[in-house]
Design a binder for this molecule. Structure first.
Ligand SMILES: Nc1ccn([C@@H]2O[C@H](COP(=O)(O)O)[C@@H](O)[C@H]2O)c(=O)n1
Ligand SMILES: C[C@@]1(CO)OP(=O)(O)OP(=O)(O)OC[C@H]1O
Length: 163
């Protein structure tokens, strides 16, 4: 980006997907999913919600994507807690005078049912962003059996100018 952003509002959007395989933990929005038979195949902890969230933060200010800041070729990022990625993206946004106002996220996953964890995921995402839980919308979808070994996430958020 060559110029300083001045708009009062900026929209961000992020997406992520990981293959699922047995014998790995599944973590979504920083919440370990207790009854998951399969977890994400990834270089980091594979948290597809937090990856999409970080990309949404970055995209709102045209700051690229998480792979540029945390390359999956860097051994230092092996098993990385994805909360670190979100914190870095949030810092970059705040340095430019913006803060998140609200977030909407969608997880597409066939199994297990995530409904009982909706509040925990919303609470943790809210905590990471410094927002009230009421500003984090969390939706779950199945793939209707089209992608049983796959988790897909999408996050949109609104950034507002704070300074
Ligand atoms: N892993 C999931 C996926 C979906 N849900 C909930 O099930 C309902 C129906 O989902 P469809 O994809 O068939 O429309 C919906 O209320 C989802 O919230 C879930 O809890 N966990
Ligand atoms: C997070 C990073 C880096 O560890 O790798 P993965 O955990 O594989 O996840 P991905 O969603 O492919 O994002 C790219 C990388 O930034």
């Amino acid at each position: 980006m060559t110029s300083s952003p001045t708009l009062p509002y900026r929209i961000g959007f992020g997406e992520d997907a990981h293959r699922l395989s047995g014998g790995r933990p599944l973590i979504l929005g920083g919440v370990p999913i207790p009854n998951a038979e399969k977890g994400a195949v990834a270089h980091s902890d594979g948290d597809a919600v937090l990856h999409a969230l970080a990309d949404a933060l970055l995209s709102g200010l045209a700051l690229g994507d998480i792979g540029q800041y945390f390359p999956d070729t860097d051994a230092a990022h092996k098993g990385l807690d994805s909360a670190v990625i979100v914190a870095r993206a949030l810092d970059l946004v705040q340095e430019r005078g913006y803060v998140p106002a609200n977030v909407a996220l969608v997880v597409t996953l066939d199994k297990p049912k995530l409904g009982p964890l909706r509040a925990a995921i919303a609470q943790n995402v809210a905590l990471l962003l410094g927002l009230p839980e009421s500003e984090v919308g969390v939706s779950f979808k199945t793939s209707e059996g089209l992608a049983p070994d796959h988790v897909q996430t999408r996050v949109t958020l609104l950034l507002v100018r704070s300074a």
